[in-house]
Structure formats: structure tokens, C-alpha cells
Design a protein around this ligand. Structure first.
Ligand SMILES: [Zn+2]
Length: 125
């Protein structure tokens, strides 16, 4: 699923530098899907595809309001904090729990977190 959306990156270069992540999130026993891209950025075709795949519009985190800035616009801490998985983690409702991630990471489209996110999330996902 994440890969299908990732494939809609606007070109080869964008595909290489982007990660798309879809999370299954549970709150009060109800699960829903949430999605984001690295830098909290998804293009319109990607957002459309996510909706087609069943991710509610309001659960698609794309845009500046979903980002944090730690060490400036282009700082390394800012970049790490805005990896797709971390954007989802930060923006889902309180008391909800991420059960599962589907990830499509860079040109190899690995269904795996980058080493930094792995460390951030521990090894439970
Ligand atoms: Zn990452």
C-alpha cells in the first residue's frame, strides 16, 4: 500500500528522497489508518491515492502544520523529526497506539524504517 503511493512521486529524484508511511492506529479498540510522507509532504496524486486506499482525508498528514522545526528549516534534527513515521506519531490523537507501519522507503522501497526511526521507536514496530 505504501509502495503504491510512493510510486506516485513526481519523478525519480523525488521517489529516491521520499518515504511514504501508512500506520494502523488503535484508539479505544477501534483501528484507523493514518499516513504521511517524509517532510510531512505528499503530492496531490499521493493524497488522492491514499483516500482511494481507505485512509480518511483528515488522517493524511501533509503540510507545514504537521511539521516541527527544531534546528531551523533544513537542520538535521528537523529532518529526523519529520520522517514520515514520526510525523504520524506526533499528529495522531492522544491515547492512540500505533499497531503497525507499512513503509516504502527511498528508491529501494524497503518496508522498513531508517536506522534513526528504528532507534526512536525502539524495536517494537
Ligand atoms: Zn526515518
Amino acid at each position: 500500500m505504501a509502495r503504491e503511493v510512493h510510486n506516485l512521486a513526481r519523478d525519480e529524484r523525488a521517489l529516491r528522497s521520499q518515504t511514504v508511511s501508512i500506520a494502523k492506529v488503535e484508539k479505544d479498540g477501534v483501528s484507523s489508518l493514518y499516513a504521511s510522507g517524509s517532510g510531512a509532504s505528499l503530492n496531490p496524486r499521493q493524497r488522492e491515492k491514499l483516500e482511494e486506499l481507505g485512509v480518511p482525508k483528515e488522517n493524511i498528514f501533509s503540510g507545514k502544520k504537521f511539521k516541527v522545526f527544531i534546528d531551523g528549516e533544513r537542520g538535521i534534527q528537523t529532518k529526523l523529526a519529520n520522517h514520515a513515521e514520526r510525523v504520524i506519531e506526533r499528529n495522531i490523537p492522544l491515547d492512540s497506539e500505533i499497531k503497525e507501519f507499512g513503509i516504502s522507503w527511498s528508491s529501494k522501497q524497503k518496508n522498513e524504517m531508517c536506522p534513526n526511526c528504528k532507534e526512536h521507536f525502539g524495536h517494537s514496530h
